[in-house]
Design a binder for this molecule. Structure first.
Ligand SMILES: [Zn+2]
Length: 134
């Protein structure tokens, strides 16, 4: 993730997390998969500010996960020179269950990292997930 974020800087980059869901509900990410930054140029912002995962990407990721007997756990993306806090766009594109990891890249170097998931409440909002990096 950090390497991807450094390479893509000053643009955003994104990828997917494949792994396992423990019986406790905790997710263990075992693999990251890079996703091309597909946000169409000139459409509501630029690659510096937005990223998009296409339906095609999503299908390929589900297939890859299935082939490797893993589960698609969520996605990561970077915020170049912005805090690792979800934007309104991040929230509007979020789906239940998935973890959304945001990595801030400060002047080309990885900075803060946080993970979020949708809360189970009626209003669509993010809650921070506890993350252990080992
Ligand atoms: Zn974002």
């Amino acid at each position: 993730m950090q390497q991807h974020g450094k390479e893509a800087y000053p643009e955003e980059c994104c990828g997917a997390l494949l792994g396992k869901v423990e019986s406790s509900g905790a997710k263990t990410s075992l693999q990251t998969v890079r996703i091309e930054n597909n946000w169409p140029e000139g459409e509501q912002g630029t690659k510096h500010r937005r990223f998009a995962v296409t339906a095609e990407d999503y299908l390929l990721l589900e297939k890859k996960a299935k082939d490797e007997k893993l589960t698609l756990l969520g996605f990561y993306h970077t915020h170049p020179d912005h805090p690792a806090k979800p934007s309104q766009t991040d929230l509007s594109y979020a789906w239940p269950f998935f973890s959304y990891i945001i990595l801030s890249i400060k002047k080309g170097n990885p900075d803060q990292i946080f993970s979020y998931e949708l809360s189970s409440g009626e209003e669509k909002s993010f809650i921070e997930e506890k993350m252990d990096i080992s």
